[in-house]
Design a protein around this ligand. Structure first.
Ligand SMILES: *[C@@H]1O[C@H](CO)[C@@H](O)[C@H](O)[C@H]1NC(C)=O
Ligand SMILES: *[C@@H]1O[C@H](CO)[C@@H](O)[C@H](O)[C@H]1NC(C)=O
Ligand SMILES: *[C@@H]1O[C@H](CO)[C@@H](O)[C@H](O)[C@H]1NC(C)=O
Ligand SMILES: *[C@@H]1O[C@H](CO)[C@@H](O)[C@H](O)[C@H]1NC(C)=O
Length: 515
């Protein structure tokens, strides 16, 4: 049935979908907990207990990436404690100026067939599971109970890792600078549920059906006056799936996915995915949703504090399954090495392993490890990388497309500050030193500084509860909207359409990933 789209040069890592489907159909929970197989978690024979990382700014030097944001938050909290007015960091501007100037967002009022109606059939999207349970609570899913004590009592949900369409839309509605007047807008959001739309037809054998909504959407959009202003260059939309699901190369009924990304009008827009394709420049990756959806700043700050205090008894950990159908996969190497090392905590997910069906399993393992291995799976990226970061575990990547080329808006440019890179080839050839040796060579104070950087990234990687609003912290959506608006502003200037921010104060409080 589903064929590897080898036409993709660089190539996605298409597990034969049938294998995946077989696993998924056996265990619905795997949908949200990645396909892991498990072995019992072994106790460490030798503890690598390290003290909680130093929390102070170390040795001056350059301010680390999240520090600007942290300091801002501290100031605001102090101001708030002192009875001062807490303002959103983004509102800081000259008195009397329109703080939203140059940042207004216009949201298209789409016919419901492009969003609300797409959700109507959630019961039947997948043959083996009713996905409607993942759409409740603004798309966050059902609350997770904290019986195991690895979450917090509030703010944790069984979120589908491909469920961002609804969460993102709900969060955009909370944006502080919405406008009804599209000619004032810096960018135009198109709330099309592109991910859920493709899902409802993924198992269909009819290319026309798979493409119908995307083709209709483009037809609808391009007739609108809002489109004509910039030929759609100021428009953006999101799919909570990977770009691979929207890359069908032929009109063959049996080929995977739809052809959204082959529609010329789409090339004019900015498209958001949880994983982009490497060779296009109009699509951008945003973080996968995790289980954590804080409703207020304090939830985030408390969580960060708690992760700083974790005893990380294992040097590294791996949670996941092998990919026996994928000749490129290095997972079996990693599972072998992790399983053989007393410094590594392995959760090997085999079929029907109950541990792997429970989100708390992974959070516990990640909270107890210094480094978390994040090899490619079915595609280059993994939701697990974001779960690991949330747990304060430093991710170890094996391919640049697993993070560095993907989440440019959300992760620092200095990849060594928050992650370790070991190339796949080195693992495969066995020529390089082992993963364990590589990690053990990292001095403890360096590792602790990385942990602290990772924990500092948490606010900008989480999707806040869309039913409320963080007071001062900027979440993944805030970061995304600012980046999209910056991009559109550049395009607008290139097109000679002037600069909406010109007469305004530079209100951007961007925590730039570079420098
Ligand atoms: C929309 O904004 C433009 C530019 O700021 C302005 O000229 C126009 O009058 C506004 N339209 C309405 C209906 O407010
Ligand atoms: C696919 O669906 C369309 C209508 O949705 C129909 O006209 C067409 O005949 C179908 N094609 C096949 C091969 O079944
Ligand atoms: C895309 O934008 C270009 C201008 O940059 C424009 O000429 C073209 O017509 C636009 N495409 C569509 C489908 O609107
Ligand atoms: C193995 O490592 C050595 C030393 O780093 C290097 O010279 C050699 O080219 C490597 N061989 C392969 C196959 O990568």
């Amino acid at each position: 049935m589903e064929k590897t789209t080898a036409a993709h040069g660089g190539g996605a890592r298409w597990l034969p979908r049938l294998v995946l489907l077989a696993i998924l159909s056996a265990t619905p929970w795997l949908l949200i907990v990645y396909c892991h197989r498990a072995a019992p978690v072994r106790a460490p024979r030798q503890s690598l207990v390290t003290a909680a990382p130093a929390s102070g700014r170390e040795d001056g030097a350059q301010p680390r990436f999240p520090s600007v944001q942290e300091q801002q938050v501290k100031k605001l909290l102090i101001a708030s404690a002192a009875g001062g007015e807490v303002r959103r960091s983004s509102d800081v501007g000259v008195a009397g100026e329109d703080a939203c100037r140059g940042r207004y967002l216009y949201v298209h009022d789409l016919p419901p067939r492009f969003n609300a109606d797409v959700l109507a059939d959630c019961k039947h999207w997948y043959p083996w599971i009713d996905m409607c349970q993942y759409l409740v609570n603004g798309g966050l899913g059902e609350p997770l109970d904290n019986a195991d004590g690895v979450f917090a009592d509030e703010g944790w949900y069984a979120t589908d890792h491909f469920g961002l369409d609804v969460i993102f839309h709900a969060r955009v509605r909370q944006y502080e600078c919405l406008t009804d007047n599209s000619s004032r807008a810096a960018a135009v959001f198109v709330p099309f549920y592109a991910g859920f739309d493709v899902v409802r037809n993924l198992w269909s054998n009819n290319a026309t059906d798979k493409d119908a909504a995307a083709v209709e959407l483009v037809d609808w959009l391009t007739r609108r006056p809002e489109w004509r202003a910039m030929g759609g260059r100021d428009h953006f939309f999101m799919s909570g799936r990977t770009a691979w699901d929207h890359q069908r190369q032929t009109d063959s009924d049996s080929e995977w996915g739809n052809k959204l990304l082959r529609l010329p009008a789409v090339w004019n827009m900015t498209v958001l995915f949880v994983e982009k394709v490497p060779w296009t420049d109009f699509d951008f990756a945003v973080p996968y949703p995790t289980y954590f959806h804080p409703a207020k700043d304090a939830d985030v700050l408390q969580w960060q504090q708690r992760m700083r205090g974790m005893k990380r008894e294992f040097l590294f950990s791996f949670a996941g399954g092998e990919r026996p159908g994928d000749p490129n996969s290095i997972r079996h190497h990693l599972i072998r090495e992790c399983g053989a090392s007393s410094f590594c905590n392995l959760v090997q997910c085999r079929k029907s392993e109950k541990n792997c069906l429970v989100p708390s399993t992974f959070m516990r393992v990640f909270q107890g490890a210094r480094f978390c291995l994040q090899p490619p799976g079915d595609t280059y990226t993994r939701r697990s990388a974001f779960d690991a970061i949330l747990a304060g575990c430093v991710p170890v990547f094996f391919h640049p497309d697993s993070a560095y080329t993907q989440y440019r808006w959300h992760l620092p440019d200095d990849r060594d500050s928050y992650s370790v890179f070991i190339s796949e080839e080195d693992v495969r050839s066995g020529n390089a030193s082992s993963v364990e040796e590589t990690l053990r060579r990292i001095p403890q104070e360096v590792a602790e500084r990385m942990t602290e950087t990772v924990i500092g990234l948490i606010p900008r990687l989480v999707y806040a509860d869309p039913r409320s609003k963080l007071e001062t912290l900027r979440d993944a959506v805030d970061v995304t909207l600012e980046a999209v608006i910056d991009r559109v502003s550049e395009l607008r200037k290139e097109m000679g359409h002037g600069d909406l921010t010109q007469t305004g104060t530079k209100v951007s409080s961007k925590v730039k990933a570079d420098n």
